[in-house]
Write a protein of this length. Structure first.
Length: 319
């Protein structure tokens, strides 16, 4: 049985992105130039905070990301080509927002995704705050490190990687042995778009991210979302890829920094466009949403199977 909790809002526009904090108790929802914050109370109900984050009316927010709670309640807000870092603190009157820093890109570089490193010891086991973002035009993947996480002011570049195609989305994977970033790409020069998922690993010797291979070539549509499964106790990595289909791939990184694909399984072949993927905390259950208006849960025994689905509709219209 899949239990759902409907959060009713008065949002007049389309929701662009939703981001949960590390503990899953605070939810940021962006639409137009506004970020609403919802908090989970003791009765498991979502309560809207009275103090939203509001930008200038001409700034449209597209992406959100919470930092690891080691650094406080830090929220990254990305508009078309500007990333702004905010810190929020609880007060008697609700949340108090403080603008800390900005990262700007040229106007023709559209930021397609942005995410904080999910753990404070991700790069070379350093206790530092890292941020990765990718652009469409120009195909840039940039990783930056905050000089002083207590101030959240200055950001030093760690890596700047380029691609002749567009970068569409990204995902971090932090384990005890390595730090990986997977990035979806899309080629639009031909009649039909071609996409793949490229993987980069942090090299502790050069303190740079290096390309180690592609794990899914010649996809027939834009890669909408990718997500690494948590891998406690596993000797391999698992990644879910959302595009015109849904694919789950198991792979290892060899001692020579090459990708070794162990298995690749198609879950929604030619059935529905898949837009979002997310894993459970143990990496045993995959949650997906797509154009069919269904939220689906997948588990694997001998193969991946949909074990539960829930219609996501409001007034009869798929969300």
């Amino acid at each position: 049985m899949l239990h759902t909790n409907v959060v009713k809002t008065d949002m007049p526009a389309c929701i662009k992105d939703i981001s949960f904090n590390w503990h899953g108790t605070r939810m940021a929802v962006c639409h137009n130039n506004k970020v609403d914050i919802w908090e989970l109370d003791n009765d498991k109900q979502w309560i809207q905070n009275p103090n939203p984050l509001v930008l200038d009316k001409f700034e449209i927010i597209h992406h959100l990301s919470w930092a690891h709670p080691e650094f406080g309640q830090v929220l990254c807000v990305a508009t078309l080509n500007v990333i702004t870092i905010y810190e929020c603190k609880n007060t008697n009157d609700g949340l108090q927002w403080s603008k800390k820093s900005c990262i700007s890109e040229p106007q023709h570089f559209v930021i397609n995704d942005v995410k904080f490193c999910p753990s404070y010891n991700g790069l070379g086991k350093t206790r530092a705050l890292h941020l990765a973002y990718c652009t469409g035009d120009g195909g840039y993947l940039k990783v930056k490190q905050c000089k002083d996480a207590s101030l959240l002011k200055d950001w030093d570049p760690i890596s700047e990687l380029t691609c002749k195609y567009q970068f569409t989305c990204l995902a971090w994977n932090v384990s005890e042995k390595s730090t990986l970033i997977a990035v979806g790409t899309m080629e639009t020069s031909g009649k039909h778009p071609k996409s793949d998922v490229q993987v980069y690993e942090f090299d502790t010797n050069s303190a740079q991210f290096v390309y180690i291979g592609s794990i899914s070539n010649c996809l027939d549509s834009r890669v909408h979302d990718i997500a690494f499964a948590p891998n406690p106790g596993r000797s391999f990595h698992t990644i879910a890829i959302a595009y015109s289909d849904l694919k789950v791939i198991d792979f290892r990184v060899t001692d020579t920094c090459k990708l070794n694909v162990l298995s690749s399984e198609m879950l929604e072949q030619n059935k529905v466009e898949v837009w979002k993927v997310s894993w459970s905390i143990l990496g045993t259950t995959l949650c997906t949403t797509g154009d069919d208006g269904l939220l689906k849960l997948w588990k694997k025994s001998n193969k991946w199977e949909c074990v539960c689905s829930k219609s996501i509709k409001w007034n009869g219209v798929p969300s």
